[in-house]
Design a protein around this ligand. Sequence first.
Ligand code: SF4
Ligand code: SF4
Length: 194
Amino acid sequence: MKSTIRKNTYRAIYRLLNRVSPLPTDCGQLCSAACCDCGGDGSSEESLDFDMGIYLLPGEEKLFTKQEDWLKWNIEYAEDFEYPASWSGKVYFVRCKTPPHCPREMRPLQCRFYPLAPYLTEKGELALILSPTALPYQCPLITERIPLQNAFIQATHTVWTHLIRDPLIYDLVAMDSEAIRKNKKCTEIVCSQT
Ligand code: SF4
Ligand code: SF4
């Protein structure tokens, strides 16, 4: 898929997010890194049940060689799944072979944003919410409403402000936001600064 986000922009986003984390300490210690460990290495069918793994955003794959020994790559076609109508062609999907261990500076964006998720309000304003996605584990940052570091929230918001300038990513966030409203899922706004 043709992304308007350049490789260098993705690099800059990775650098910005390398400097922040949800808590001052490693939140993986609260839950034995539940969000890393639940998917396994993709070698069993079990990990497919919940689609555990990480979708890369359009163009994010440019940061990888696809030969990384810690990642297992899968290619899907957007037309075969519930992606926005504007999406067509390859979507890259990765699973970690050695969770929760990975080269931290190369974690995909999905790993860096969690437990926050982007949300477009009915007025079209970008907000961040706690991820409403149903998963086979519980993130204590969500269930116990543990306050997240402001620097993490602000950096994540800044990044999403840039990302949704890409039409494909905008369409994805808009579609997810619409689904959240339709399913009346909780949208506790964590950050709505524009
Ligand atoms: S984001 Fe949540 S589930 Fe993932 S390691 Fe941190 S506390 Fe655990
Ligand atoms: S890439 Fe790293 S942070 Fe992301 S799920 Fe894998 S082990 Fe966890």
